[in-house]
Design a protein around this ligand. Structure first.
Ligand code: GLC
Length: 470
């Protein structure tokens, strides 16, 4: 029997821009509550909430100042718990972000660490006397950050950060930091959370002479966290990795049957292939990616396949020539920032519903747990003139949702029907996966065969964007 997450349809709900119940211009949990029936009706099985904790919002909430406090702009803890409880009544699961690579520089741990090096929080962060260490480590937010080190005049030392300088990295060599993480996980699991998206997980550890990504110590920590959760919550609490890494490295985030790590991993490689194939009119890249990624996963592990999220459409995993192609096809006039394109599904594919429907049909037919980004069900717009990633984080236009609901030919209604069909089709939920080789180069076809022998064959032609289930 598959675990709840293995083929669930996830929905990333960016609370700040989803539904504003009290009209203060900031989305809130009371607003989410109003729309839970909408999500259920759309065919959503699990909602993922990016961070809604106390935060200066330097990085959309990924700079957490207190892991146990709900930022009052989103509502009260009670309003969050009401949403969790009602979602569960409706049969939906809840995922939240677990941002443990770093905190906000406004977190009390950091305040205390910089003021009192010998105190209890002195070693919670990565401090050094100079900024010479780990030379050559790439800077991810290179548009704003000249270095991964920033000098702190209070402590008189440099601290390490992989993202904004307002997001100091936690020191995973400190056992106390591990204990804090386990306590945070318990706090939220006890509130009814069914899983955690592991934000920026490749960056937990630093070791001189490496690129400081996906180190063995990071995998050991993930195995420890998974063992803890499995033991305590009977394997029902799920870990979903955000690891934008090449295929081989990404696969390692599932761990092994003996030492499992993450239950789900976002499929970043497939994501870029999905945007490339219709422009190339060729299935070779997708076929190659699926051959690499969809076989030999540990028991209970699955990919979370997706198009878009609250970040840039990242080009990190592509070769230079492929990046050039992507920019020529998809970049807004402003071009690319921090290695990605700030565009949404609808606009990036020029609202071409033939293309979008065919790609969506493929996405939901592959093995795994598709993850949908709020607003993309109505092919909502973006605004690339806005800074950073605000372009893809606009307010959900509920009047447009109502219009789409009333229109039998809308993408929204097509998607809802497609998700229903999937839900009623055992081969698409828990069937095996066999790539059908030997067809024309522009066609990608595969068979999903359920344990009871029923099977479905899906094929898509990237030259014509025709697709079919048989
Ligand atoms: C992840 C998040 C992104 C954030 C970064 C730092 O990549 O998805 O939004 O900026 O981590 O926390």
């Amino acid at each position: 029997m598959a675990k709840w997450y293995e083929n669930a349809v996830f929905y990333e709900l960016y609370t700040r821009r989803f539904r504003d119940a009290d009209g203060d211009g900031f989305g809130d949990f009371a607003g989410v509550y109003e729309k839970l029936d909408y999500l259920k009706d759309l065919g959503i099985d699990a909602i993922w909430f990016p961070p809604f904790f106390a935060s200066p919002l330097r990085d959309g909430g990924y700079d957490i100042a207190n892991y146990r406090l709900v930022d009052p702009r989103y509502g009260t803890m009670e309003s969050v718990e009401r949403v969790f409880a009602r979602a569960h009544e409706l049969g939906m699961h809840i995922m939240i972000d677990l941002v443990i690579n770093h905190t906000s520089d406004k977190h009390l741990w950091f305040e205390s660490s910089r003021r009192n090096p010998d105190g209890p929080y002195g070693d919670y962060y990565v401090w050094a006397d100079d900024d010479k260490g780990h030379a050559g480590t790439r800077v991810i937010f290179s548009a704003t950050e000249p270095s991964n080190w920033t000098y702190d005049p209070v402590r008189g030392q440099y601290y390490w950060h992989r993202f904004y300088k307002e997001q100091p990295d936690l020191n995973f060599d400190s056992p106390a930091v591990h204990r804090e993480v386990f306590e945070i996980v318990d706090f939220w699991a006890e509130k009814g959370v069914d899983g955690f998206r592991l934000d920026a997980i490749p960056f937990l550890y630093e070791r001189e002479g490496t690129n400081n990504e996906s180190l063995p110590e990071t995998h050991a920590f993930l195995a420890k966290l998974r063992a803890y959760l499995d033991e305590k919550y009977g394997g029902e609490v799920c870990l979903l990795a955000e690891a934008t890494t090449p295929a081989d490295e990404n696969l390692r985030y599932f761990g092994t049957d003996d030492a499992p790590e993450c239950n789900l991993c976002f499929n970043f490689l497939l994501m870029t292939d999905l945007f490339r194939a219709p422009r190339l009119g060729d299935a070779a890249e997708i076929r190659q990616t699926c051959r690499k990624l969809f076989f030999g996963l540990p028991k209970g592990a699955a990919w979370s396949n997706f198009f878009r999220n609250h970040d840039f459409l990242t080009l990190e995993l592509l070769k230079e020539s492929q990046v050039r192609e992507m920019l020529a096809w998809y970049a807004p006039p402003q071009g690319m920032l921090n290695g990605g394109i700030a565009r949404r599904l609808g606009p990036v594919l020029e609202y071409d519903e033939r293309v979008i429907r065919a790609l969506t049909a493929l996405l939901i037919s592959l093995p795994g747990a598709p993850c949908w980004y709020y607003g993309d069900e109505i092919l909502m717009g973006d605004d690339p003139s806005l800074p950073d990633r605000d372009s893809v984080r606009l307010s959900m236009p509920w009047d447009a949702v109502e219009r789409a609901q009333a229109d039998p030919n809308s993408f929204l209604n097509w998607l809802r029907k497609a998700l229903r069909t999937r839900r009623m089709c055992p081969p698409l939920l828990e069937g095996g996966f066999e790539i059908l080789e030997g067809g024309p180069p522009q066609v990608f076809a595969f068979r999903r065969k359920a344990p009871d022998g029923q099977s479905v064959t899906f094929s898509i032609d990237f030259a014509t964007m025709e697709y079919e289930w048989r």
